[in-house]
Ligand binder design. Structure first.
Ligand code: MN
Length: 215
């Protein structure tokens, strides 16, 4: 498990993102975070703690609570555990330049469809299952977030070393039947939405014409 790729891509003198130190393995709850990130494109970053780092996938369309949606999730480099708390502006010229906000977070457990206990909460057992799931390209887990709850799967698309996975909601009490759009589950005044309103290209902004210039 290495954070070298993460560190190589970033200049910590410029970005306020956390630098990737040694993985910090806790023996408590495993956490997840979903960050909404306006870079060159708006996307969502889905991160699951494992082995003291955050396994990470970029989800262009965002997650869905509707089990008929299969959301493309591109596996990217591991991020440091501390990234779970990161929100803010990444300055122009830096990797991922734009703005990040925390869209959802919470804890998660492994799901073992064949085991005696479906939801595996014991640390050593769930870590083993999660490793096997990543290895097999079929990761099943239960989220306890504020927006996302219940069982999900990340399934790697066939193709030897593909980084393409699909994020799918399982049918359970938290699944919805109506169309789900994560953008509609985002407050209108979220930090990114406010920032976009203030930083839109001129032509997209309906500003009152200025009659006075101070320079
Ligand atoms: Mn991102």
């Amino acid at each position: 498990m290495s954070l070298a790729t993460y560190n190589d891509k970033r200049n910590f003198k410029q970005t306020s993102e956390p630098s990737g130190k040694k993985p910090e393995v806790s023996d408590e709850n495993l956490v997840f975070v979903i960050q909404r990130h306006k870079a060159s494109h708006l996307h969502y970053d889905f991160r699951l703690e494992l082995d003291g780092v955050l396994k990470s996938w970029a989800v262009p369309k965002g997650p869905s609570l509707n089990p008929t949606d299969k959301r493309l999730a591109m596996m990217v480099e591991d991020h440091p555990y501390d990234y779970k708390d990161f929100a803010g502006v990444i300055p122009e010229g830096n990797y991922g330049a734009g703005i990040v906000e925390i869209w959802d977070n919470g804890t998660y457990d492994a799901v073992d469809e064949k085991g005696p206990e479906r939801i595996v909460t014991e640390y050593a057992k769930k870590v083993k299952l999660l490793h096997a799931g990543i290895e097999a390209g079929n990761l099943k887990f239960k989220l306890r977030g504020k927006k996302l709850k219940g069982e999900f799967a990340l399934v790697r698309l066939k193709g030897s070393d593909s980084n393409s996975w699909l994020l799918v909601k399982h049918r359970d009490d938290f699944a919805v039947n109506e169309p789900y759009n994560s953008e509609e589950d985002t407050p209108k005044n979220s930090p990114i939405n406010k920032w976009l309103a203030e930083n839109k290209p001129e032509k997209l902004v309906k500003k009152k014409p200025r009659t006075l210039r101070t320079h």
